[in-house]
Design a protein around this ligand. Structure first.
Ligand code: AGP
Length: 609
């Protein structure tokens, strides 16, 4: 996720761009840049690092001009660097572009454009757009943009200017948000509303597949076929802080609701041929490399560790490689039994967790190959691993990890399928089924999020209790662990997860009348066992909330309440179950009046031991 701002009017553009970008840093902040048109030429200033680095440079050497675009980056393709920062230009700086999204076919575009003599200055997917504009230039910017877009596949929000058409800016939206701010004799484009609120509350949110031609005097909107669109701005009533959260009360709730898009983005470019083929182009492994792995150690902390528990089941089921899942703070001080065929897979949203990084360094010192799954391109973990699978969840601000977890699961399922296919360890039909089910997950997540009001009511009841137990078998247990962590870390209510079959070995002594128990019942192979465990706690008058598949006809008979989740294959159940558990934790925390996004004693990234 990145931040885009554009301005055209009478003010000094750099002031407006820097102000707008500062309101969008929550969308990405590993590098930033501006392009301002002055006297027929673009002046570009770009810098790696926080926005303040760019602002300091512009304070020393300000740029004249009242038309410009700016960008704050969350790297997806190409590490954070001055060169990879946006805006990007074509060979002769006749066009400048800022972009939020992922251009899936950028490698083939890049190859084709380079074959035509275009010189690339960055590693980004975005720069291909600037050269495409140069290639398609007809003398009319809008026509040129529409032609160039026909060559592009993927998700994009674009801000575009041409030196040959001063006084004009073009904004295009496909799968990534873009708003138009409408002022008096000045107009704005931005990735999100907070960027323009200082100047105007009249906003039009571009619809999917729309293009806007923006001048200081006005805004015209069109479809991508060039058909004029009648648009209706609305007046924003949010305050700036609320606007940064997209109108949600907390970042956590916003990030829970971003999960369909985060999953869709993480699948893009990896679930191919209309969802029938899985690939990880960023790995480029050979069959021999995959066959050479004889064991995998997954190493992580907290939520990422819980994702690893799902990863173990995914990899062992599909690729038939034995997997151990290890807490990084333990693993780093052990002398693990590894051979040179043991792959170390580290998972870290931030890519900066001290224990995970230490475990990674220990593994490399022992000569083991390290694969990282991380949400931050350019993080220490990403830089020091041999291979990286990036989750494209965008910045995760809330301390409680939500969309990072679901996209880590997606990355693990994709990796398991990728290695299994290379090793010839899995039936092609099983992979087809998995790929198909993965394509349907984002829509099913959207459906699940609609149940939030019901969960809010349940959470209010749960929040009155000082304990909660989360039960499950197999994958349901792995999710129960994550659900318990979410619950306890933001509601401050003691919560424990247990393998449902383990209750009678001790925990059952704690189950008394009214104690809240959340029981997951999605693993068909242990369905009857799971139901009998539920009956064990119900017999002690626990208050049981079950999470079961839509269409389940038995569970409701044995529990107080059932939350039904859209059915998918049991193998992918964690992707469904975690959303109600995140919402349960969120609303319990709200009910208790806690600081949801910044829970006591916790930090977003534990960069110290
Ligand atoms: C998640 O809700 C927690 N805030 C925490 O457990 C987190 O998952 C853990 O610190 C690991 O962080 P990382 O993924 O950035 O390495």
């Amino acid at each position: 996720m990145c931040g885009i701002v554009g301005y055209i009017g009478k003010r000094r553009a750099q002031d407006v761009l820097l102000s707008g970008l500062s309101k969008l840093e929550y969308r990405g902040y590993d590098s930033a840049g501006v392009a301002i048109l002055h006297e027929g030429a673009f002046q570009l200033e770009k810098s790696v690092g926080r926005l303040s680095v760019l602002a300091d440079r512009l304070e020393v050497d300000p740029l004249a001009g009242s038309q410009g675009i700016g960008h704050t980056r969350w790297a997806t393709h190409g590490r954070p660097s001055d060169a990879n920062a946006h805006p990007h230009a074509d060979c002769s700086s006749a066009f400048v572009v800022v972009h939020n999204g992922i251009i899936e076919n950028y490698l083939e575009l890049r190859d084709d454009l380079m074959a035509r003599g275009h010189q690339f200055a960055s590693e980004t997917d975005t720069e291909a757009v600037a050269h495409l504009l140069e290639e398609h230039w007809t003398g009319d910017l809008m026509e040129t943009v529409l032609r160039a877009l026909r060559d592009i596949r993927g998700a994009y929000a674009l801000g575009i200017m041409a030196a040959a058409e001063p006084g004009k800016m073009i904004a295009v939206r496909k799968h990534s948000p873009l708003v138009i701010g409408i002022g008096e004799g000045e107009n704005f484009i931005a990735s999100d509303i907070p960027a323009v609120l200082e100047y105007t509350r009249n906003v039009y949110i571009l619809e999917e597949g729309e293009l806007a031609v923006v001048t200081a005097a006005g805004v015209s909107c069109f479809t991508l076929e060039g058909v004029p669109v009648d648009y209706k701005p609305f007046r924003v009533t949010w305050d700036a802080v609320a606007a940064e959260k997209g109108g949600y009360a907390h970042f956590m709730k916003k990030e829970i609701h971003e999960q369909p898009k985060a999953v869709r983005d993480t699948l893009s470019g990896r679930l191919l041929d209309d969802g029938t083929r899985i690939d990880l182009p960023e790995l480029g492994w050979s069959e021999a490399m995959a066959l050479d792995i004889d064991r995998i150690h997954i190493v992580a902390c907290g939520t990422s560790y819980h994702a690893g528990l799902v990863g173990k089941v995914a990899i062992e089921t599909l690729a038939r490689i034995p997997v151990d899942v290890e807490i990084a703070s333990e693993y780093r001080y052990r002398n693990p039994i590894v051979t040179d065929r043991t792959l170390i897979l580290v998972i870290s949203q931030s890519g900066e967790t001290a224990d995970t990084l230490a475990a990674l360094r220990g593994a490399r010192a022992r000569g083991n190959r390290v694969l990282a799954i991380t949400n931050v391109v350019g993080s220490s973990v990403a830089r020091e691993a041999d291979d990286v699978i990036v989750t494209w969840a965008g910045p995760e601000i809330s301390v409680a990890s939500t969309k990072a977890y679901t996209t880590q699961l997606v990355a693990l399922y994709l990796f398991a399928a990728y290695v299994a296919k290379l090793r010839g360890a899995v039936d092609p039909q099983a992979l087809l089924t998995l790929a198909h089910e993965l394509t349907e997950i984002p829509e099913k997540l959207e459906e699940l999020l609609d149940t939030a009001p019901v969960i809010e009511e349940i959470a209010r009841e749960f929040s009155a209790w000082s304990d909660a137990f989360f039960l499950g078998r197999g994958l349901d247990y792995a999710v129960a662990l994550e659900g318990a962590l979410k619950y306890k870390e933001i509601s401050y209510i003691h919560a424990e997860a247990y393998p449902a079959g383990e209750l009678k070995h001790g925990t059952l002594a704690l189950i008394v009348e009214g104690v809240p128990v959340v029981a997951m019942v999605t693993q068909d192979d242990v369905y009857e066992k799971s139901l009998s465990n539920i009956k064990e706690v119900k017999a002690r008058d626990a208050h049981v909330l079950a999470l079961a598949w839509a269409g389940d006809t038995q569970t409701h008979k044995s529990v107080d309440r059932v939350l039904y989740v859209p059915r998918t294959i049991p193998f992918l159940a964690p992707l469904m179950l975690i959303v109600p558990l995140q919402l349960l934790a969120y609303y319990a925390s709200v009910a208790r009046g806690n600081d949801v996004d910044k829970p006591r004693n916790l930090a977003k990234s534990v960069t110290v031991e």
